[in-house]
Design a protein around this ligand. Structure first.
Ligand SMILES: C[S@@+](CC[C@H](N)C(=O)[O-])C[C@H]1O[C@@H](n2cnc3c(N)ncnc32)[C@H](O)[C@@H]1O
Length: 243
């Protein structure tokens, strides 16, 4: 018997989450032979086609109506981890239609209540249309979810430059080429013991080569483990030696 969901949320929110995960998986099965979207591979295929359009623009167009949501078990794990850490300040790199964001928001509403600390989920999305859809799902969840989220629209390399509190957890669920620049943008605000979670680090290892080299260089202060979720989920704990 599989264990019940650890997520503490009203029935209508759990039902919405389950429907959104289902839609996301159906979309990915249609566009990817591997049934999962790996940005570096799809971009590579588009580059190989040598069409006249810019592959990055073509890729972004293709993804405009796609969820590409973080897998349900990874979302549940992240929710559990936030509760275990008492994390209240989260950065989500890559929000799309806001599925994983709902878990982050539910988790920090609990940790804020338990610790009395302030906190926020800083969500990021560069596509206005996607941000609007995310907002409608958060509204369906209710004020309890909506009020915990600061959605920063635009290129996250700009929107995350300023006004970041000390960050407990960074979720990297972004196109592979952006992962390392995003980490470097948030790094000065990571607290000691902060956790960085990166999706698809087994299947997407080629696209993440620069990020993984950085995380695994002892000089940069991360202790890493690839968690055995489907396609890998990297958990990196920040323990810089100079703090
Ligand atoms: C894998 S999806 C995120 C899925 C989301 N975490 C979830 O579980 O529902 C990555 C998202 O990052 C967005 N994105 C790509 N480049 C970006 C950038 N430079 N700044 C902000 N968002 C970006 C894409 O539009 C896409 O919606």
């Amino acid at each position: 018997m599989s264990s019940p969901s650890p997520v503490d949320a009203p029935e209508h929110v759990l039902k919405l989450l389950s429907e959104l995960h289902q839609k996301s998986l159906e979309q990915e099965a249609v566009i990817s032979k591997k049934r999962k979207v790996f940005s570096s591979e799809i971009l590579g295929d588009l580059e190989d086609k040598k069409s006249t359009t810019n592959p990055q623009i073509e890729f972004d167009q293709l993804m405009l109506d796609k969820f590409i949501a973080l897998d349900e078990d990874k979302c549940q794990f992240t929710y559990q981890l936030i509760n275990a850490m008492g994390a209240t300040n989260i950065v989500e790199a890559g929000t799309s239609f806001g599925v994983s964001t709902i878990y982050l928001s539910l988790a920090i509403s609990k940790t804020k209540a338990a610790t009395g600390k302030p906190g926020i989920v800083i969500a990021t999305e560069k596509e206005h249309e996607k941000a609007e859809v995310a907002r409608t799902y958060w509204a369906q969840c209710g004020d309890g979810v909506q009020k915990e989220i600061d959605l920063r629209e635009g290129d996250l390399l700009e929107t995350l430059k300023d006004n970041l509190p000390e960050i407990d957890l960074l979720l990297l669920d972004i196109w592979a080429a952006l992962a390392l620049p995003t980490l470097k943008t948030v790094l000065p605000r990571l607290r000691r013991g902060a956790v960085v979670l990166t999706d698809n680090t087994i299947s997407g290892a080629k696209g993440y080569a620069d990020l993984l080299a950085f995380l695994r260089d002892p000089a940069n202060g991360f202790q890493n483990m690839t968690l055995p979720f489907t396609n890998g989920f990297e958990m990196s704990v920040y323990h810089p030696s100079d703090q």
